[in-house]
Design a protein around this ligand. Structure first.
Ligand SMILES: [Zn+2]
Length: 279
């Protein structure tokens, strides 16, 4: 059975996330450890790690931390790449110590370099991260992207190339439905969905997909535009989510919505996803 939840704010304290998840009836949730567009971070005290992990044990369902958008493990600028590795290690070690299931990140952006070099930089950066901290509990999840402005990890062959460089490591993929569709995977048609599954199978392997970011798309397939829409109101439509939820493996994962935060739409979007499991 799939589990349904949302991205929630960690404003004030990361301990507030549990209550915010409860308020919208989320069975699972995702949050940022720090403001996602600034580098500065005060870190977390040992006391806070302890308190968070106690609440998490009580919560009992998979929780995901989303890395800041500023990170770019693919960057040719050594200073930026080094800083990204630094933040990654900081956050991954927190997640692991607190007992968090998933640490999700966008693989990186090819700015001013070709894609092959960008992929090699991502692999090099991850090697540096794992040399400094190899998680025992947390899975590192690469999020597929829409391929906007040089964003890497848009295809499963790119993700597969990164993942296959780390045998034996807790590494996998978080499937973002909006990004996959915007890149060109037509998950809302029978044909598109089966070729999508086939490609995953041949590249990363279906069992590597550990979680889903469930978002509809404001733009058509192949637009490469990353704009999230409410479930069923975008170009993916209910059919696309139904395809995922009916699949033996994909339909057993935790789903996190990252849809626009307006009114009580989180509650509405979650109930739309749940209703699709009852067809
Ligand atoms: Zn996402």
């Amino acid at each position: 059975m799939a589990l349904f939840g949302a991205h929630v704010s960690s404003a004030g304290s990361i301990l507030n996330t549990f209550e915010r998840a409860r308020e919208i009836g989320a069975e699972v949730f995702q949050f940022f450890l720090r403001s996602p567009r600034v580098w500065r971070w005060n870190g977390v005290s040992n006391q806070l790690v302890k308190e968070f992990s106690l609440r998490l044990k009580d919560f009992g369902k998979p929780v995901m931390v989303h890395a800041p958008y500023l990170l770019n493990l693919a960057s040719p600028k050594e200073e930026l790449r080094r800083r990204s590795v630094e933040v990654f290690v900081e956050e991954l070690s927190f997640c692991d110590m607190a007992g968090i299931d998933f640490y999700n990140f966008h693989p990186g952006t090819a700015k001013g370099i070709d894609e092959d070099r960008a992929l090699r930089n991502i692999i090099l950066s991850l090697e540096e991260v794992l040399k400094r901290y190899e998680p025992k509990r947390t899975f590192v999840l690469l999020e597929n992207t829409a391929g906007e402005r040089g964003d890497m990890g848009k295809s499963f062959s790119e993700l597969g190339r990164i993942i296959s460089s780390f045998p034996g490591v807790r590494i996998g993929v978080c499937l973002d439905t909006c990004h996959a569709f915007a890149y060109g995977y037509e998950i809302n048609t029978e044909r598109g969905f089966s070729s999508f599954l086939l490609e995953i199978d041949r590249t990363v392997g279906l069992e590597r997909i550990r979680a889903v970011h469930a978002n509809d798309s404001k733009f058509p397939a192949g637009s490469r535009k990353d704009r999230h829409e409410h479930i069923g109101e975008g170009y993916i439509g209910f059919k696309g989510f139904e395809n995922l939820l009916r699949h033996e493996h994909l339909g057993s994962l935790p789903y996190y919505i990252e849809t626009p935060k307006v009114g009580d739409m989180d509650v509405v979007n979650l109930s739309r996803l749940r209703s699709l499991t009852q067809l």
